[in-house]
Design a protein around this ligand. Structure first.
Ligand code: UD1
Length: 430
């Protein structure tokens, strides 16, 4: 199995180019099947999650033509099955976006029910409530969610919890429903806005995305478009916090600074300098880092997908910090690994109490999930000595060329397969 070999202690310095947003891409790829005309999507990240979704789409007859590493042409005129197999759902939960897209276009879809995930239980009751409100019958049989409707009719839907996935799935189903749908208490994440802009570019009429009330006037037909996905704010944030942890100076380029405000604010609070320009943010971490409190919230609050990364940084900040996870209940699994590096973090329920230490020391680590995996890489880059990180396939789900981008910033990191490779790496970097 591949793992990362890392020698820590080098400040990250330089510039890094951020790719397209994975979570926006997943929604947009699924929505692209809602027209029979050809859709071109640019700035698509080349990561495992988007590639698996593309495979799931191909499995139902969608033609996907790669016209470059980050561009695809999609044609869904000849969809030959409305059943998305379990295999894809097992690999990525977001395959369930095909439910909303297929239901919207064909008024029927069958998708395997997503199981539990390693960051906590992830119900889909709000998705189902939305489909039912639009007039669809939804039943769960033999592990499949089967949804069908004679016709979909716009309705007023109030979400009981702010859910990105439910907002996106309902928007897609409503895009081709008769009349107007109003989603109240909608998610406001940048990728929800990006999906709305994409649907509008195909001829739909979506207003209010980015606020908590989204209005969708359905249209009978959607048409061809060419669309560029927004930059990934979590990839950007990961490099910003890597700069902070390693006492570096990193400029993340090709970003929308507004999407990074909750991250920038925390970095300034703990003692970093952050300079913003039109499409870049520079993080300089020369001063001593100090403690703070963080609570994860829906956008524009501090994102749960950055919780492990900020915890790693606060583990090196002077004083006692508190991180409260309010979105997913089981997202502190990486903390045991930090303890093995000399970190002093205690988890009580959904709260981590962090007593900053002067340094981490290298250890052999295992990535428990995507974002925690990236956070452990950051910890290893900041640590004294050598580390290995196992289960890096999780990191590949959402970061393109992660170790290559880090290396461009001066990190001593490589992908290795065997103990021998690791020893060679040690000799090489000294
Ligand atoms: C999306 C992101 C994920 C991010 C999360 C929160 C994608 C592909 N994934 O996940 O990276 O961590 O948003 O920003 O975009 N909930 C319900 N019932 C539902 C749906 C959700 O109770 O029907 C709850 C969840 O358990 C959770 C909260 O709502 O506590 C937010 O979940 P949601 O926003 O739906 O997350 P995802 O869309 O799965």
């Amino acid at each position: 199995m591949e793992q990362y070999a890392i020698k820590g202690g080098t400040p990250l310095v330089g510039e890094v180019e951020i790719g397209g947003a994975k979570n926006a891409a997943l929604a947009i790829l699924a929505a692209a099947i809602m027209t029979d005309e050809t859709v071109t999507i640019d700035n698509l990240p080349d990561v495992r999650d988007t590639n698996v979704l593309i495979q799931a789409m191909e499995s139902i007859g969608v033609i996907v033509e790669r016209i470059g590493r980050h561009s695809v042409k999609i044609n869904a005129a000849n969809v030959n099955s409305l059943v998305v197999e379990d295999d894809y759902i097992k690999k990525i939960r977001a395959s369930y976006y095909l439910l909303g897209a297929l239901l919207g276009k064909y008024k029927r879809a069958e998708v395997a029910l997503p199981g539990g995930c390693n960051i906590g239980s992830r119900p889909i009751d709000q998705h189902i409530k939305g489909f039912r409100a639009l007039g669809a019958d939804v039943r769960i049989e033999h592990g499949l969610i089967i949804t069908e409707a004679e016709k979909l009719k716009g309705n007023h839907i109030y979400l009981d919890v702010v859910s990105v996935g439910a907002t996106i799935n309902i928007m897609m189903a409503a895009a081709m429903a008769e009349g107007q749908t109003i989603i109240e208490n909608a998610a406001k994440e940048p990728h929800v806005v990006d999906l709305a802009n994409f649907l509008n570019s195909m001829g739909c009429n979506v207003k209010g995305a980015g606020t908590d009330v989204i209005r969708i006037k359905g249209v009978p037909r959607l048409h061809a478009t060419e669309y560029t996905i927004i930059p990934d704010q979590i990839e950007a944030g990961t490099f910003m916090f890597a700069a902070a942890a390693t006492k570096g100076d990193v400029t993340v380029k090709n970003v929308i600074p507004k999407h990074l405000e909750s991250l920038t604010a925390k970095l300034i609070e703990i003692g970093c300098e952050v300079e913003e320009s039109d499409d870049a943010v520079r993080v300089v971490a020369t001063k001593k880092l100090t403690h703070t409190h963080v609570k994860t919230l829906a956008y524009p609050g501090f994102p749960t997908d950055m919780q492990p990364q900020i915890t790693v940084v606060l583990g090196l900040a002077e004083g006692t910090s508190i991180v409260t996870e309010s979105i997913f209940e089981n997202r502190f699994k990486y903390v045991d690994e930090l303890t093995r590096m000399g970190g002093n973090v205690k988890v009580e329920g959904n709260t981590a109490i962090i007593d900053g230490v002067a340094k981490y020391t290298g250890a052999s680590l295992t990535a428990p999930d995507l974002r925690a995996g990236a956070a452990l890489v950051i910890a290893a880059l900041a640590a004294e000595g050598f580390s290995t990180v196992d289960e890096i396939q999780y990191i590949g789900r959402g970061y393109e060329d992660f170790h290559l981008k880090l290396r461009e910033l001066g990190a001593q990191i490589d992908k290795v397969k065997t103990e021998r490779d690791f020893q060679k790496f040690k000799l090489k970097v000294g």
